[in-house]
Each structure stands twice: as structure tokens, then as C-alpha cells.
Design a protein around this ligand. Structure first.
Ligand code: HEC
Length: 431
């Protein structure tokens, strides 16, 4: 046997392979579309993550190691769904091999045959269709350095919008980056004075009827009943802001509503939550809470859901859902338990969504590409994992007294809720 020949052949072969890989090296040019879609909605100069703009090649070059780490451990982009084959249309997550492509690029950033600049996506939600209603709020709000603040604002829905459909909800303004999140509630609360009665320092307000809705876009909307108004619960946050000065907003925010007279699909909502007394997280421990609700009961909690029930609709379409926990939340899961024809038989389980990297600073409705048809005899189960140990950096910062954390509404308590959005063709609603 001539070993030299074999070694030579092997060497030639491996050189060719190296060259081939080199040719296919992923560059900025290749990952541009992924970055524009999945990062730039927040990492632009005015967005939620404006402290770290990622709009130019040099931003990746200068910070490659750190960005690599965040992408690798699946902390960024912040939505990282795991499910039994259900697809989401959210822009904030990576599909298929996109994460590997990004990591290869970040390993040693090369520009490739393209220019340095990324294009910030123009959010298509910007354009209001139908009637536009605009309200101002927020001027004078004062937030100390590294502080956060909860407020609720009351907006009287004008008579001419009643009986129509709310399709879009937007907040605009220079100081938007200080809004961590907001929850829009449709409520029977009728005035600012009445809202003041429900003031709560840790949550802004606790309404008698918690009824959160989302902007769903064109041709899908929430029916505006005669007796409702809007309360927006805003969480202002400066815990990530480096500045040491107190900020006083000298300009208002603008709340814009899009209202359509007709829609193809009506949206309605409900919520499931683990009863607060069941949430107990001793210091130093991780725990899980879980609750299973029948679809029937979930619909009972929603006014329109009750109307549908009365019409004997046996199927409902689940379109979107959002997990809500506070500082100790680590992971959350929503499981669909499908009932067998024979109620004595076992239910089959499908995981709709599991978020392993839950981070209370980033909360999204996961929006399904195709709504799921639930039967009113089916069940939905939610589970939340919490961590009140020093492994959770939030514990060190927010629980220095090493307390047991219990369930409740305020930000220093914990909760396990899932907001659900259902859809229904308008033709069925009219029947
Ligand atoms: C929905 C908004 C959003 C999207 C989309 C998003 N980020 Fe972020 N990102 C944030 C926010 C807010 C922070 C700061 C808060 C935090 O640390 O979690 C952050 C933090 C980071 C950090 C850490 C900065 C530090 O503290 O060192 C990196 C790196 C990062 N993002 C990269 C990315 C990349 C890369 C993408 C796209 C693949 C992306 N992000 C997508 C909102 C977003």
C-alpha cells in the first residue's frame, strides 16, 4: 500500500472542501432580509431597542461577539416559539435555518457584494383604514432614572363609533421608547372619575371587567358595543436606560384608533388564568402552576362568546394568544386538549405554543398563520414556570429581602395568564 498517495489524495480533497466552504460563506448581503424583518422593528434609532441600533453593517462588526451570544442562546429575537407544527406569522422570530445563517455571519462579519445600510421596515400597520379617532395623553409624566411606572388612561368612545368595529390601535410619539408595553381594555367604566376609583399603584388600575384586545388589522375587528369605552394600561419603563436624569415628558403621546363599519371577520377575546392563591414561589425555588379550562367556560367569560354559545356554535377559531407573567416568569405553555367523540376516552394533546425563554420585558401575541378550530367540548391548558432563585437575575435585583412571591396583580407579585383572541366570520355573527 502506498500511504503517500493516499495522504496526498486526502490533502487535495480537504483543500477543495475548504475552498468550497469559503465560497459559500454567509455575508451581510445574504442575511440582510432576515435582519430587516426580525431585528429592525425594535433595533432602529427610535424603536424599543434604540440603545442598540442595528441598522448598519458596522453595528454588527463592532459588536459581533455579543450579538452572536444573544442569537445563539435564543434570547434574540425575543419570540422563540416551540409548537406541534403550528405556524406563526410574527415577524420577530427566526424560521428554519435562519438562526444558523445569522450565526455564521456573526462568527466573522463580511459585507459581501452589497452596501452597508439596512432598510427599517415601514410597519404596514401605520396606515389607518376606515374612520380615524385620535386622543392625546401622557404629557407631564415623570419617571426617575432606572424607574418604572404604571398608569391607566380613560378614552370615551364617541357615539358615532358605536356598533362599528375596532380594527387598529396605535400609540405614537417621541417618547414611545419609554413605553414598555400597553394593554388595551374594552370596559364598562364610564368616566375618568370612575377609573380613578380603580387606581392601583402596582398595576395602574384594576378594572372590574378585564377585557384586553389587540389591533388585528384590516377587515378583522372587535365589535364596539353601546356601553363600552377604552382604558389603556401603560407600563413606562426606564430600567434599561443609562441616563441618570429624571425624565419629564414635555409632549403628549397620541392614541389612534382605526374603526371600520364593516369587517369580514369579527374578533373577540377571553382570558385564562391560574387563580392567584395557587401561585406560591418560595425564595430559592423554581415552581410551575397550571390550569385547565374547558373552551365552553372560556367563552362564557366573553360577552360575544356567550352570544355564540347561545346560538349553539360548536366550533370556534383561535387566532392569537399572549402569555403574561411578571418578573419571575421563565417559561410558559399552552396546550390544546382535544376531546374524543366518546367522553370516556382520553383526550389527545397538542402543544400550541411553548416559550422557553419567557422574558417579562418582551410580551407578544403569537399570531397563528391559520386559526385553529376548537370544539366547545375541547380544553385549553396553560402552565407557567417561575424562578425565584438567584439563577434569575431579576430575583437578585427585585427580591433582595428573599421573600416568597405570591399571586396578585401588582408588579411585585406573580401571575399566570393567557389572553386569547378568537375569530368569527361576520356572516355567522349576523345570523
Ligand atoms: C420586538 C423587539 C426586538 C426585536 C425584534 C429584536 N430585539 Fe434585540 N433587544 C430588544 C430589547 C428591548 C433589548 C434590550 C432589553 C433586553 O436586554 O432584553 C434587546 C437587546 C438585544 C441585545 C443585547 C444588548 C446588550 O444588552 O448587550 C442584542 C445583542 C440584541 N438585542 C440583538 C438582536 C438581534 C440580532 C435581533 C434580530 C435577530 C433582535 N435583537 C431582535 C428588542 C428586540
Amino acid at each position: 500500500m502506498n500511504y503517500k498517495v493516499i495522504i496526498l489524495i486526502f490533502l487535495t480533497f480537504s483543500c477543495a472542501k475548504v475552498e468550497l466552504e469559503h465560497e459559500h460563506k454567509i455575508t451581510f448581503k445574504d442575511v440582510k432580509p432576515i435582519l430587516e424583518r426580525s431585528c429592525l422593528s425594535c433595533h432602529n434609532t427610535t424603536g424599543k431597542a434604540s440603545q442598540l441600533p442595528l441598522t448598519r453593517f458596522e453595528h454588527y462588526q463592532a459588536n459581533a461577539k455579543n450579538i452572536y451570544k444573544w442569537v445563539k442562546n435564543k434570547k434574540m429575537p425575543p419570540f422563540d416559539p416551540e409548537s406541534d407544527g403550528f405556524k406563526f406569522i410574527n415577524k420577530e422570530y427566526l424560521q428554519g435555518s435562519e438562526r444558523e445563517q445569522l450565526l455564521e455571519f456573526l462568527g466573522s462579519p463580511k459585507l459581501g457584494d452589497t452596501d452597508e445600510v439596512l432598510e427599517v421596515p415601514k410597519e404596514n400597520i401605520d396606515e389607518i383604514t376606515g374612520d380615524k379617532y385620535s386622543f392625546n395623553f401622557g404629557k407631564g409624566i415623570t419617571i426617575p432614572p432606572r424607574g418604572f411606572l404604571y398608569r391607566c388612561y380613560f378614552f370615551k368612545i364617541p357615539e358615532r363609533a358605536k356598533g362599528k368595529f375596532l380594527t387598529q390601535l396605535q400609540i405614537k410619539g417621541e417618547n414611545k421608547k419609554y413605553i414598555h408595553h400597553n394593554i388595551y381594555h374594552v370596559t364598562s367604566v364610564d368616566s375618568k372619575d370612575e377609573l380613578n376609583r380603580y387606581f392601583h399603584p402596582g398595576a395602574g388600575c384594576i378594572l372590574p371587567d378585564q377585557n384586553p384586545i389587540i389591533g388585528t388589522g384590516n377587515n378583522t375587528g372587535f365589535f364596539i358595543q353601546d356601553d363600552v369605552n377604552l382604558v389603556v394600561q401603560v407600563h413606562f419603563d426606564r430600567t434599561m436606560d443609562e441616563s441618570t436624569k429624571t425624565i419629564i415628558f414635555d409632549k403628549d403621546f397620541e392614541l389612534v384608533l382605526g374603526v371600520q363599519e364593516e369587517v369580514e371577520t369579527i374578533a373577540y377575546n377571553s382570558v385564562i388564568h391560574v387563580p392567584h392563591p395557587e401561585v406560591v414561589i418560595p425564595y430559592g425555588k423554581t415552581t410551575t402552576t397550571t390550569v385547565t379550562n374547558s373552551v365552553k367556560d372560556i367563552l362564557e367569560k366573553s360577552k360575544i362568546g356567550r352570544i355564540l354559545q347561545a346560538k349553539n356554535n360548536s366550533k370556534v377559531r383561535l387566532k392569537a394568544f399572549l402569555f403574561h407573567m411578571h418578573l419571575y416568569g421563565k417559561a410558559a405553555e399552552l396546550v390544546w386538549e382535544i376531546s374524543a367523540e366518546d367522553p370516556k376516552e382520553k383526550r389527545t394533546h397538542k402543544q400550541l405554543l411553548r416559550e422557553n425563554n419567557f422574558d417579562s420585558r418582551h410580551q407578544y401575541f403569537g399570531i397563528l398563520e391559520t386559526p385553529v378550530n376548537l370544539d366547545v367540548n375541547d380544553f385549553l391548558r396553560i402552565s407557567c414556570d417561575y424562578d425565584n432563585s438567584a439563577e434569575n437575575p431579576r430575583t437578585i435585583f427585585f427580591n433582595p429581602e428573599k421573600k416568597t412571591i405570591t399571586g396578585g396583580f401588582s408588579s411585585s407579585s406573580e401571575m399566570c395568564s393567557t389572553y386569547l383572541v378568537f375569530e368569527l366570520p361576520y356572516s355567522e355573527f349576523k345570523k
